[in-house]
Design a protein around this ligand. Sequence first.
Ligand code: FAD
Ligand code: SF4
Length: 470
Amino acid sequence: MKKENVIVTMHKQPAEKRVGNFNEVALGYTEEQAIAEASRCLQCKKAFCVKGCPVEIDIPGFIKKIREKDFSGAILQIKEKNSLPAICGRVCPQENQCEKECILEKKNKGINIGGLERFVADWEMKEKDKQNKQNKKNPTTKTAVLPAVAIVGGGPAGLTCAADLVKLGYKVKMFEALHQAGGVLVYGIPEFRLPKAIVQTEVEYIQHLGVELENNQIIGKTYTLDDLFAQGYKAIFLGIGAGLPRFMNIPGENLNGVYSANEFLTRANLMKAYRFPEYATPIKRGKKVAVIGGGNVAMDSARVALRLGAENVYIVYRRSMEEMPARKEEIENAQEEGIEMQFLTVPVRILSKKEGWVSSMECLEVKLGEPDESGRRRPLPIENSEFELEVDEVIVAVGTKANPLFLSTVPDLKMNKWGYIVTDEKTGKTSKEKVWAGGDIVTGSATVIEAMGAGKHAAQSINEYLKSDV
Ligand code: FAD
Ligand code: SF4
């Protein structure tokens, strides 16, 4: 086999070791490994990988720079389009995007574009030399001369919109409800998939570009949108996510020991319960845990429960492995770690034998019928197939929805039947004058890169609007 065709696999912490810690699972590329992987790239003239990237990074361009050992050039190239590369390199579903479109995917195995993006982003963070410091003081930074724009919500949508606008010369202030910006990146995705120090560095980079950040501000409560306009903001972007947990509405869901995945993960990640006794955040450390759902949130909850000391963790999912929406890599990681998959199973009720605490969950087996409106095969109950799963903790990860807390304060904002904000698909413009929106609050739960793409498009549209307004 030719040298350039040798796929460079990224090393991971061994499963038996990593279940005992919260350190990152995937260990990243060394310089030599990154150059070797970059050398497989064919530098296609018509690069399909770029078409697969929602923020249109010049992928062959940055890979060529890695090959030439110009890591600083590579990171600058990425940052022209993506302000959060260390995050995207870790959590974006590249297997469904750029890597899926890579020409080599059809022949052998596509380039590990996410791994290379992560490598240069991490390289930049570690690099202490003068040249790197100049890169961090990004040459695109400008002193704000253009009107003020308010960003509501510090998740990937808000961070991206803020970064793009500040680079254009706008005065940008971001309001975040929690005590830390990052959205799901800080409260949802666990440390072993996305170290919080990395999110913090990316947030600081955006502040370094000139974005002012004010935490602990619940817009709708501390200020209304009209207050913000009265304070002089000429445009507002809403990137408030869709973090209100859904439940299954089955008997027993209010028992002690039942969590929504959001609460469980927020306690573990943002509130650092896993670092007890350094942090005294209470959390139940179940011994036999059922996690209901089949997405990334379910996978993360299961793997956190395992690391908190569970002996058995079951993913209870109503379809089969094929229909699971979680990233393939994360399903594999979960299985390697010993998470047990209980496919084609729906919970019927949660039971208690002792003082209001969970003791088991009654489930029903199902089979898959014809596809439903989501395009996935509908689960159909199998008669008399009920069985009891002995568990002392249940984590419900069946999705989230829009939080009405803020939205109820803006009656003139058009919403769809699911409570998400209606926007123009291309621009993110809402029904309310001078207000844009993007990310999960528009699409429902989606991905980091889609939220970033929405933030980018809104920034372009806000710029066009304000330019013509000046
Ligand atoms: P969010 O990230 O939800 O951020 C919204 C922010 O707005 C929050 O910080 C919130 O506190 C703030 N806010 C809300 N209301 C207000 C208000 N009134 N005033 C001020 N601030 C407010 N996607 C992937 O691509 N890959 C993955 O591996 C992946 N794993 C995931 C794992 C978990 C556990 C979860 C929950 C999601 C995962 N996702 C993943 C989905 C992804 O994280 C989201 O699609 C993305 O974060 C949405 O970005 P956003 O900016 O729209 O919203
Ligand atoms: Fe390189 Fe694949 Fe993109 Fe071609 S499609 S430029 S091989 S990453």
